[in-house]
Design a protein around this ligand. Structure first.
Ligand code: ADE
Length: 243
């Protein structure tokens, strides 16, 4: 998967994909991140990428010309079929909420273009005539779209084949499977009198699987009951929840 990130602050991405799982994915050539400085596509001497808004008002607005030029250059470099199927995402607090459905959709695309929104906003023509998706990572306003872009790159990369150790891992993850994760413990078995559950140390894998499943069900029921209708539940899960 090739990510193309358009930003006025390319330095925000320095080192962002160079460590841990993302770092390994980039090194192994499974994922690449092309950070594009929108200012490089300005045509005036001063490199003006934003301007005052028509009608007056506070804050500078991202101009359309350099952003259109940058996206068009990226799409022109792709095979026509890929270009037609490459989402162009605008990060914005007004967008639809980023979720697993969008992660799956983006992970299946040949490439992903992300335009990092800008403090006051972007020219409306970028939203309506260039972006295919407008996406928010939550109901709060950030100073720019750089962190949302990193969130999307990270979440989508986990669903690129081989980025995460085994395919099973990501499919069984909390949220992906539709349920929250069961509690995890490591050594020591007794930490300051707080004990790891006996059953996890029993070696009885069928009992451990059942305990974990029930913990996931209980947690989801308590903390995120809104997830249950879409979760894949067996008859015995339903019977357990009904207790
Ligand atoms: N830009 C500013 N706030 C944002 C948010 N919550 N999500 C996506 N982009 C943003």
């Amino acid at each position: 998967m090739r990510f193309h990130i358009l930003t006025l602050f390319p330095e925000a991405f320095a080192g962002a994909a160079e460590y841990s799982m993302m770092g390994r994915a980039v090194q192994r050539g499974l994922v690449s991140v092309n950070v594009v400085d929108i200012r490089q596509f300005t045509e005036d001497r001063h490199g003006t990428a934003d301007d005052y808004q028509f009608g007056g008002g506070p804050g500078m607005v991202l101009k359309p010309e350099p952003t259109f030029a940058a996206v068009e250059k990226i799409l022109a470099s792709l095979p026509a079929d890929d270009a037609a199927n490459t989402p162009v995402v605008l990060t914005s607090p007004q967008g639809s909420r980023f979720n697993q459905r969008l992660v799956d959709e983006f992970a299946a695309a040949p490439a992903l273009v992300i335009i990092c929104g800008h403090y006051a906003g972007v020219d409306e023509r970028i939203r309506t005539n260039l972006a295919t998706h407008e996406v928010s990572i939550g109901d709060y306003v950030l100073t720019g779209g750089e962190l949302p872009a990193m969130v999307m790159v990270d979440a989508v990369s986990r669903f690129i084949p081989d980025v995460v150790g085994s395919a099973e891992n990501v499919q069984e993850d909390s949220i992906t499977s539709g349920l929250l994760q069961h509690p995890l413990y490591t050594r020591p078995a007794d930490f300051r009198g707080m004990e790891a559950p006996e059953i996890l140390r029993s070696g009885n894998h069928a009992a451990i699987d059942q305990w974990r499943r029930r913990q996931s069900l209980e947690r989801t029921f308590r903390l995120r009951p809104d997830l249950l209708p879409a979760a894949h539940l067996s008859n015995s899960d339903r019977a357990y929840l009904a207790q």
